[in-house]
Design a protein around this ligand. Sequence first.
Ligand SMILES: [Fe+2]
Length: 354
Amino acid sequence: MLAQDDIYPTSAPPGYEYVLRDEPAFDPAIHLQLEYPEKIWMLSDLGYDEHFISRFASPVAATSPARLLSDEGIAVLEDITRKLQPYIRYDSAGPRVPAALRGTTHRSRFIRDLCLSPDITAFFSDMFQTSLLPHTITHQQGHMNFQPRELSKEVDTWHHDATAFDWVLMVHDPNALQGGRFQIFEGTRQEGWELIRSGKSIPEDRIITPNFPGPGYACYMQGCTVFHRASRLEELGFRSSLVQSYVSRNVKVPDPNRIEWIEISEHGAQDRNYMLERQCAAAEWARHRSWVARHRLNELLAEMPFDATPEQVSQALRHVVGDLNDLIALLQHGPVSRQEAHRLRDALDLAQLA
Ligand SMILES: [Fe+2]
């Protein structure tokens, strides 16, 4: 069993509570059914070069869908998911997910224990050749996407993730619903953005639509490197996916997890669930970057040779404190427009590759 680094809060943030009194306890022997995927795409298969790959914690990009939950497991999760629907955040005017549910690990003990499962973490780490742990930011655990209220909206538009690693599990039966398919671009994230931002569409012959045999199957991916989406529904109906994110203990590479400190919209201010999450954001980010810095400090103490040059020492210290200073500057500056946040994120993506 992998240690979980003792970083998860033992009490829920203000405003959250476990709302389901009768949910079964998560039991990996009953609820999990971890099976290996048939296909694994490496970063090189998506067109990334050696330099890019050297800046990331794993050479693996994504897998085809593989069974994650047993029949018993998916039955419990579907029941809990339906009961959590009153907490969905609807944002039809936003550029990304029109219907999402976050903070689920603070509302369902079953989802919390599923998302923190050491069995899944070890399985995922082994496949992706890097030591993972469930995401340091609790709101990046157990994120759920739902069917939008209108058919004209994609369930989730083309993007790469703001978190390093994740699996995307289908809670609904993808074969019982027209549309709403999880899809991957067979190309790099830079190329994907260039196509979308120049007004072109992603070529059909470069879209991979993985076949999910049923609910309870998941694609695993290094989501920050995989350009993907969930297509629009062709009929209205129950659709839900559970996205569980992870960080890698390899902190020698740049931290690919991204914060977007965006001004609160009028819609957001009226959404109680959004505001609950929002009031945790600064502390969540402080926890994440402190965890990264702590690991980097430990490595510095273990590895710094006595004959290191002043330049090498400065560089090592910057590697420890750079992300902390960046967060302080960001919080002191205050929230920015969504456009500016995206510009900053692109600039950081580029800087970390340099
Ligand atoms: Fe995503």
